[in-house]
Design a binder for this molecule. Structure first.
Ligand SMILES: *[C@@H]1O[C@H](CO)[C@@H](O)[C@H](O)[C@H]1NC(C)=O
Ligand SMILES: *[C@@H]1O[C@H](CO)[C@@H](O)[C@H](O)[C@H]1NC(C)=O
Ligand SMILES: *[C@@H]1O[C@H](CO)[C@@H](O)[C@H](O)[C@H]1NC(C)=O
Ligand SMILES: *[C@@H]1O[C@H](CO)[C@@H](O)[C@H](O)[C@H]1NC(C)=O
Ligand SMILES: *[C@@H]1O[C@H](CO)[C@@H](O)[C@H](O)[C@H]1NC(C)=O
Length: 357
């Protein structure tokens, strides 16, 4: 009996291993990869006020859990070739207990791998990781990439921890170097996605205007600080090959390069470990996607600031409609030449996610 169980377990693993990186580059549709999904056990994390205009919260929650039905229909209707799924915010970053978080990350990754294993030409996965302990995070990332065929990981901003959920862990500290070493050894990108804040921050900063919670303001403010923390604490200097992806057209950072660089130069004398101008990491380490920010004039500005070879299309489904994103990206035929539009829609994603390997 127990040998039969081992055999079944082995067959289960082989199915995962075979499913790894078996994508076929045949179509010419888009590739999108800030796209949310969750397991039924975590749907409670999605608040009741984030549904897309014209949609209901019940629809949003059904879309988050679905993979092979309406999600695939929307992809087919809108010329999306390939979608990378990741666990909806805050996912594991919303669990303070390290053991519970680590076990849940394994569970979420296994469920996602199994769900998409019969359609790897259309779906890929980003790992979810418990970030309390960098060694444990690195071990699970390695398993997800080498055994489950995942294409990288998506972290929902800081990891909450502590008995009152009020200790926030940021991955720009030296103890995370062991994690960043594994990330660069595996040569996979890490997507930094925003999260809803813990209750204490929400109450201190947003009680006066709770409408600003989420994408309108809070997400970009909280996440851009984390990204600039990676820069100023020297993470990209220590790991020059590290690739980090930021959504929503860069969480506003490229709009402020002049002021950020000019002010940070004054911090060198105060011991700041960053060796270069923050803006320069957008030439070597940072990439951005268009998720939920379909603004043509802003895209042109960003092409000017960081170059088309740092910008990739994505949608932010199901919070944003795939049709809206597809209509917008098609309209760029008037703005970008054929080569650049191809890069934005799919070409750069194939390289960055190493889909062709
Ligand atoms: C994969 O499995 C799911 C769940 O059984 C099913 O709905 C879907 O149609 C399958 N897809 C393919 C391409 O076989
Ligand atoms: C992190 O996990 C590793 C492996 O389980 C363990 O050896 C190490 O002590 C942990 N680190 C901390 C700071 O708890
Ligand atoms: C901490 O978070 C957990 C899980 O979300 C929750 O059950 C618990 O009540 C929270 N504790 C405090 C003190 O807010
Ligand atoms: C940062 O940018 C300024 C202004 O463009 C430039 O003079 C300086 O050399 C840059 N510093 C580094 C370390 O790249
Ligand atoms: C895909 O689109 C690009 C840009 O429009 C074009 O150059 C290329 O030939 C197309 N490839 C296929 C297989 O249709």
């Amino acid at each position: 009996m127990s040998s039969l169980r081992y055999l079944l377990y082995f067959a289960f693993l082989v199915q995962y291993i075979v499913s790894a990186r078996t994508w076929h580059n045949t179509g010419n549709g888009t590739i999108i990869f800030e796209e949310a999904w969750t397991i039924p056990e975590l749907i409670f994390q999605t608040p009741d006020n984030v549904a897309a205009l014209g949609g209901t919260n019940a629809e949003l929650k059904a879309n988050l859990i679905d993979v092979h039905n309406q999600r695939l229909d929307f992809m087919n209707q809108n010329n999306v070739d390939f979608m990378v799924l990741s666990c909806a915010e805050p996912c594991i970053q919303g669990f303070s207990d390290p053991v519970q978080a680590a076990n849940l990350a394994v569970e979420v990754n296994n469920q996602l791998a199994q769900l998409i294993s019969n359609n790897t030409d259309r779906f890929g996965g980003f790992a979810s990781l418990a970030m309390h302990n960098a060694t444990i995070a690195a071990t699970e990332l390695k398993r997800a990439v080498t055994e489950l065929g995942f294409l990288g990981a998506l972290l929902n901003d800081y990891q909450q921890s502590g008995p009152d959920n009020e200790t926030l862990l940021f991955y720009d500290q030296p103890e995370y170097d062991v994690f960043w070493q594994t990330v660069t050894d595996l040569d996979v990108p890490i997507y930094f996605h925003p999260r809803s804040n813990i209750a204490q921050i929400t109450s201190l900063l947003y009680q006066h205007s709770s409408f600003l919670l989420g994408p309108a303001q809070q997400y970009a403010v909280t996440l851009s600080t984390h990204i600039l923390g990676l820069c100023t604490n020297g993470v990209f200097d220590r790991f020059p090959k590290l690739k980090v992806i930021v959504g929503h057209l860069g969480e506003r950072i490229p709009s402020d390069f002049f002021r950020i660089d000019e002010q940070l130069r004054r911090q060198i004398q105060n011991g700041m470990p960053m060796l270069r101008n923050a803006s320069s990491y957008w030439q070597t380490n940072l990439f951005e996607t268009t998720s939920g920010n379909f603004a043509t004039p802003l895209l042109k500005f960003h092409v000017d600031q960081i170059g088309i070879d740092r910008i990739l299309f994505s949608v932010d489904y199901p919070y944003v409609s795939i049709a809206e994103g597809a209509t917008w990206v098609d309209s760029l035929v008037d703005v970008l030449d054929e080569k650049d539009l191809h890069s934005l829609r799919r070409g750069l994603a194939i390289k960055l996610l190493r889909l062709d390997e």
